[in-house]
Design a protein. Sequence first.
Length: 260
Amino acid sequence: MSANKGEHRFGMVIDLDKCTGCGACSVACMSENNIGTLLDETDKIRSITWLRVYQIDNGKAFPDTQIAFIPRPCQHCEGSHGHHTPCVSVCPATATDYDETTGIVSQIPTRCIGCRYCVGACPYHARYFNWFDVPWPKGAERGLSPFVSPRMRGVVEKCTFCYHRYQRAKNKAFLEGGSVGEKDYQTACTEACPSGAITFGDLNNPKHKVHELAKNPLAFRLLERLGTNTKVYYVSQRDWVQRKLDNYLAGEKLPVKAAS
């Protein structure tokens, strides 16, 4: 786990052996961040889900079939060797930036010019372009979160680790003369997960649970060989899961030994 120059390095550890694929994390994310539903949600290329849950299998026939579910939020890349994150590096409008103090990759829709360079640069397909204005039905405004602005057509959006929650926690800590604790800042998906598969916190803080979980010998990251240095770690005891999430070739040796 690399060290961040900033004070914090917020991230996640997702236990894939606990994830049941229920989708509660995706629903919580949409509700928390005012992600609307299009009139035609069958077109998955143009639908928007900041936290998408993928299903994979080991490719074996019944009764040897095994299935795993992969929750995939924005990975909040950090880059390595002096290089910035893939999306930040290509954005001509500075609509996305890397926050050195938190390790969070921000997204500012009002700056976005819709060129979609960041969409093409993201190796995790975690960025979404708004092709349409969301058809909010009458009365839907009563269910919207007042802390997150709905996005307009023609801009890119993505997971922000519920950064507005961090801002609220900081304001509260300032008024009370304290500091932001582990429980004070939690993402909506973490709180909604019924199986406790998602753990969120400060990877730089030894007192946070996520700090120790990321050190698990079985912890790995999506496409880690790319050197994007992401802040979302996954844990699984199944080697085929690790191989699929980092695209290992047949017979290629895993960096971490997992159970079959």
